[in-house]
Design a protein around this ligand. Structure first.
Ligand code: GLA
Length: 361
């Protein structure tokens, strides 16, 4: 969990953006909820390496270097992420790390970086398996603990080899701040649940919550579903001007608890699972996930444009008898063996945590 500059700032970044973000993560209480990585995306370096072949942080954007920013964030109890590319250049034309893995991993470690997002532009048509493992090995050789985020856009089935290579792998093209993009990325990611678990996660791309392109209910849906499928929760809005309503979404501790549950199981679809149903929105789209200790979480999504009604008999998700059912957005609690949802609004979601009631003999 953390924050990344790309979705809101693009290349328009400097040290102040990351310092402000760090301070805001503390002041809003988000860091206490688990958002601790502050991640630099593309455009942080000079366009050329130095005479020794090292990448040079842009001294105008980062007057205290990456090391200075790292110590600023570490003093706040946060972590720092950086970005490079498994090709000759990054997507925005800055130096890539292909062929420079050891040099660059050593730079990142010497700057006290805690996370690397490793992109896929200008990859010279070399297979991913020739490009991503060398950076893994170079990072490991530094002995510094660095989260390795593979960003190759779901190409070459990264769910198959991702777990041996990194800590997360993108399963999709880039997200954009629109309902249809969020929906497509969620759907694509949902088909690879069995490959995800503690230490290696499917990544349907970073959050757009708070960037303005979706309604409140749509952002609640986006955030809830990312939590259900154990996606990295990387905030992508401007923390300097974050609104109360955005904060209310990102700081829902019950939803975060689903995402951070120790079992680390990705939710699976049990109803309305075909992509045609996402487009038409005729059926409720239902995901279920087991949680540590025997609870289950259920999401019911209405991708469509008409209100809908849906009933879920708990026996269908393996719970017989009564259960305590908590609505994780309204916080209402009921005891029942069935969930009746009437008037589930268009483009919205319901998320429940279900605790079976054991019958004492
Ligand atoms: C690619 C990645 C994005 C972002 C941009 C930066 O498109 O998938 O997440 O890092 O590059 O240029």
């Amino acid at each position: 969990m953390g924050w990344n500059s790309w979705n809101h700032f693009g290349c328009n970044i400097n040290e102040t953006v990351f310092q402000t973000t760090g301070n805001q993560l503390i002041q809003t209480g988000l860091s206490k909820l688990g958002y601790i990585y502050v991640n630099i995306d593309d455009c942080w370096s000079l366009k050329s390496r130095d005479a020794e072949g090292q990448i040079v942080p842009d001294p105008i954007k980062f007057p205290n270097g990456i090391t200075g920013l790292a110590s600023y964030l570490h003093n706040l109890g946060l972590k720092l992420g950086i970005y490079s590319d498994a090709g000759t250049e990054t997507c925005q034309g800055y130096p890539g790390s292909l062929g420079h893995e050891v040099t660059d991993a050593n730079s990142f470690a010497s700057w006290n970086v805690d996370y690397l997002k490793y992109d896929n532009c200008f990859n010279q048509n070399l297979p991913a398996l020739q490009r991503y493992p060398p950076m893994r090995d170079a990072l490991n050789a530094t002995k510094r603990e660095i989260f390795y985020s593979i960003c190759n856009w779901g190409q070459e089935n990264p769910w198959i080899w991702g777990n041996n290579t990194g800590n997360s792998w993108r399963t999709t093209p880039d997200i954009s701040d629109h309902w249809s993009s969020m929906m497509l990325n969620f759907y694509m990611n949902s088909r690879h649940g069995k490959y995800a678990g503690p230490g290696g996660w499917n990544d349907p791309d970073m959050l757009e919550v708070g960037n303005g392109g979706m309604t409140f209910n749509e952002y609640v849906t986006h955030f809830s579903l990312w939590a259900m499928v154990k996606a990295p929760l990387i905030i992508g809005c401007d923390m300097g001007s974050i609104s109360q309503s955005t904060l209310s979404i990102l700081s829902n501790a019950d939803i975060i608890a689903i995402n951070q549950d120790p079992l680390g199981t990705q939710a699976e679809c049990i109803n309305g699972c075909e992509y045609i149903n996402y487009i038409s929105g005729v059926q409720a789209n239902v995901f279920v996930v087991p949680l540590d200790g025997g609870d289950k979480a259920v999401s019911v999504t209405n991708w469509g444009t008409y209100n809908m009604t849906y009933t879920l008999d708990l026996i269908k998700i393996g719970i017989s008898g009564q259960a305590t059912i908590k609505d994780l957005w309204t916080k209402e609690v009921q005891t029942a063996n069935v969930i009746h949802i009437t008037g589930l609004q268009k483009h919205s979601v319901k998320v429940y945590r279900i605790t079976p009631i054991s019958i004492d003999e």
